[in-house]
Design a protein around this ligand. Structure first.
Ligand code: NAI
Ligand code: MG
Length: 347
């Protein structure tokens, strides 16, 4: 458990007891170890995590991350010194992020009912625009320059593209590849070529191609027509915030960081960040974390648990009398929501 900062800590602490009790009710024993890695540690000791942090994490079956980000620490320091070292250091190439509009939840888009929005974005998670390649020179002079390069490897691209095709096979057979190959003529044309190559192994899958500007518009205009979407690290990041809000709230969107070989642990976390605007109020929506836990169970092949938790959250959201947090129109706290779910699932 790495709760991190802000509402990351709030949703992690609120949901962990339920995770353990629910598993126990299914005869699965979960042992958790907590790491106080994050911005407070950085402000006191100068590092978000210890030098041997990855060595320590290697021993675990799975990692749950809350979120990192602190008003007194620059955002690039927090992200680049905790989440990215883990995703990159453990070859967690695959970031799977479902967007699902549950019954009883209102989309800010007009005319959609529960189940109408049901898509999953496969985001490349270890390279692309988030590669740590670049530099700055001549700072403070007129010729000051910043270079930021994107990196696309065959291994990293194939891993995400293959995972997306596999998912499309399990789902409706449709895959949308979202790039920007008109402007990014090296990396993204390479990416499109890999999609083309891999598609030959999946003749039954229909592949749609969109440029990311139009693709973003279509997430708003016709989200019901998407099923599986594959995108680069940056584009996947942006599209999944849109996917979160059109499904009711960013606070309900779950995420995975999968190491496909299984050599290293995979990591599970809500899509959202530490939410400076509501931190400390105890009103963060815990659903993104709960659904991330469900995806963790799925990854650990505890399908019963995965389904029980996912369906339990769905039933709670469908019940107009159940407590809900302010982001989805209620006035309940994080703990009210988790407590009610606990009663539904365990009593
Ligand atoms: P954010 O996701 O923290 O918040 C965006 C908006 O969504 C805010 O209005 C917030 O109140 C709302 N929101 C997010 N989660 C919610 C929840 N569970 N319940 C109710 N409302 C929720 O994104 P923002 O403001 O851009 O970033 C804040 C900090 O978090 C920054 O330091 C950023 O770098 C960091 N961050 C960290 C991530 C991670 O650790 N994986 C991911 C995204 C941002
Ligand atoms: Mg994001």
């Amino acid at each position: 458990m790495i709760p991190g900062d802000g509402i990351g800590i709030e949703v992690t602490e609120a949901t962990e007891p339920l995770l353990i009790e629910l598993a126990a009710a299914h005869d699965v024993e979960i042992e958790t170890t907590w790491f106080d890695w994050g911005s407070e540690r950085y402000l006191e000791e100068g590092a978000l995590m210890p030098d041997d942090g990855l060595e320590t994490l290697k021993e675990f079956d799975a990692i749950l991350l809350g979120a990192v980000g602190h008003p007194d620490v620059p955002d690039h320091v927090t992200l680049r010194n905790l989440r990215l070292p883990i995703t990159k250091g453990f070859n967690q190439h695959i970031c799977k992020r479902p967007s699902y509009l549950f019954d009883g939840v209102e989309s800010p888009l007009r005319g959609y009912e529960g189940g109408d929005i049901d898509l999953v974005v496969y985001r490349q998670n270890t390279e692309g625009e988030y590669a740590d390649v670049g530099g700055r020179e001549h700072q403070g002079f007129g010729n000051e320059v910043a270079v930021q390069s994107a990196v696309y490897t065959r291994e990293g691209t194939e891993a995400i593209v293959r995972a997306a095709f596999e998912a499309a096979t399990e789902r409706s057979g449709k895959l949308t590849n979202i790039t920007k190959s008109n402007a990014q003529a090296y990396g993204m044309v390479f990416w499109d070529e890999i999609v083309e190559e891999v598609s030959e192994e999946y003749p039954d899958i229909t592949v749609e191609r969109l440029l990311v500007d139009a693709g973003s518009m279509d997430f708003v205009r016709r989200p019901n027509e998407f099923d599986v979407v594959v995108a680069s690290n940056l584009f996947g990041d942006i599209l999944t915030d849109i996917g979160g809000i059109i499904s009711g709230s960013l606070g309900m969107a779950p995420s995975t960081n999968i190491n496909p070989s299984g050599e290293f642990p995979s990591m599970f976390e809500p899509v959202h960040g530490s939410a400076f605007d509501i931190m400390g109020e105890g009103i963060a929506n815990p659903v993104g974390m709960l659904l991330s836990m469900s995806l963790m169970f799925e990854h650990l092949e505890e399908d019963d648990l995965a389904e029980t938790l996912w369906d339990g959250v769905g039933a709670q959201l469908a019940d107009s009398d159940a407590p809900r947090t302010p982001d989805i129109g209620g006035s309940a706290t994080t703990l009210d929501v988790v407590g009610d779910l606990e009663e539904r699932l365990l009593e």
